[in-house]
Ligand binder design. Structure first.
Ligand code: SF4
Length: 393
């Protein structure tokens, strides 16, 4: 069985929980990506059978409703819509799913057409997150994406015709040599497609990826930190002017259309993950699945949960995460933190909080303290500084 259900004394009022399904297949591995996936599609049927067994093993996890379902990966859009429908039916039969649940599927524009999108809509997907990354062909080639910019545009338009009214686009900035003009053109192209949500991530050179080897061997150079910061500031300027709200360091949404699933990750809401490498969090306990499809299949075949590791978060870890994640997203509740952890962040940092507000980097409303868009730029420094002055007893 999985980690036990228990009521951690520091957990905030129970919020509706989420379900995550990791679909570990990609047609081609992009040079920058360190998510777990394999390039062979042969084991898809065995994987789906095992995934269904893993879901069944978690029945009884909670009688409370789940409010989000997220198919991530890998490339979930490689699954046949009929298979996605079967998985959703099983989730509905196994758990209580909120009637208005947000059901997202990540899609690679190179793997969908209007018919497939319409079928995905008809089996219950109501939000699609497209991995666009760039609208410049040479960027897409550099990143070894399998699609063109036109395919990305066509996929978004096809999703509209298929009936989707909640679409998100992922973009990557700070590519080697990227100029402000080229990044600006990407942002304008994304806005022109009128998505409800845009995520903008700075390119990270993850250890062990082909990109890391290219950087180590000086084949490519990363952008200086100052250029990265300028591109990020420009991102905020352009998207906020276009009517998007920034609700997390990398995420922008039309009013009322934030990703509920991702928001839950940032506020310690419970979620259960299925599939290789999927992570779960439940009432102060975190566990993660094996990042290897073959071992995952063997474990499920022998009736065991495919868990690779688990930890019960200490009060200090919970506090650290609450402050760090809160400052990167919707803010922190100073009174709530005092109630739950017995620490007053203001004791050692009162002046710093005042200065951040005076400098326009933060906003204080009663006991709620949050960073402004400009403040997001220094969120790591602020959380490090606040946490360095508190000591839990
Ligand atoms: S398609 Fe997505 S998950 Fe697959 S390798 Fe590329 S970035 Fe990673």
């Amino acid at each position: 069985m999985g980690p036990p259900l228990f009521a951690h004394p520091l957990i905030r009022a129970i919020l509706l929980a989420g379900l995550y399904l990791h679909i570990p297949f990609c047609e081609h591995k992009c040079i920058y990506c360190d998510f777990y996936s394999i390039e062979s599609l042969d084991p898809i049927d065995s994987f789906v059978a095992a995934l269904k067994l893993e879901i069944a093993m978690q029945s009884g996890r909670s009688a409370d409703p789940f409010e989000t379902i997220f198919f991530g990966g890998g490339t979930p859009s490689l699954l046949a819509p009929r298979t996605v429908g079967e998985i959703l039916e099983l989730l509905h039969a196994t758990f209580t799913i909120d009637a208005g649940a947000e059901v997202t599927l990540e899609a690679n524009p190179g793997t969908v057409d209007e018919r497939k999108l319409a079928e995905l809509r008809s089996v219950g997907i109501n939000r699609v997150s497209f991995g666009v990354q760039s609208f410049h062909e040479d960027d897409l080639k550099f990143l070894t994406r399998i699609h063109s910019a036109d395919q990305a545009r066509d996929s978004v338009r096809a999703a509209r015709r298929a009936g989707f009214d909640n679409l998100s686009l992922d973009l990557i900035f700070s590519l080697p040599g990227q100029t402000m003009e080229r990044w600006d053109a990407n942002l304008r192209s994304a806005i022109a497609l009128e998505p409800e949500h845009i995520s903008c991530y700075s390119l990270i050179v993850e250890k062990g990826t082909p990109l890391a080897r290219m950087v180590e061997s000086h084949q490519v150079s990363t952008l200086p930190v100052e250029s990265d910061a300028r591109l990020y500031e420009h991102t905020m300027d352009v998207l906020l002017s276009a009517g998007f709200e920034q609700y997390e360091i990398s995420n922008f949404a039309r009013p009322g259309l934030r990703s509920r699933h991702n928001s839950n990750y940032w506020n310690h809401t419970n979620y259960v993950g299925f599939g290789p490498s999927a992570h779960s969090y439940w009432n102060g306990r975190r566990w993660w699945n094996i990042s290897n499809l073959r071992t995952y299949l063997e474990k499920i075949d022998s009736g065991e949960l495919p868990v690779a590791g688990e930890e019960s978060l200490t009060s200090q870890q919970l506090l650290d995460e609450e402050v760090m994640l809160g400052l990167r997203s919707g803010g922190i509740d100073l009174d709530g933190i005092e109630r739950r952890y017995g620490v007053r962040l203001e004791d050692g940092s009162g002046e710093e909080l005042l200065r951040l507000v005076a400098d326009g980097m933060a906003v204080r409303d009663g006991s709620h303290f949050r960073l402004t868009c400009r403040g997001y730029l220094i969120s790591d420094e602020v959380s490090g500084s606040l946490l360095s002055r508190v000591e839990m007893v």
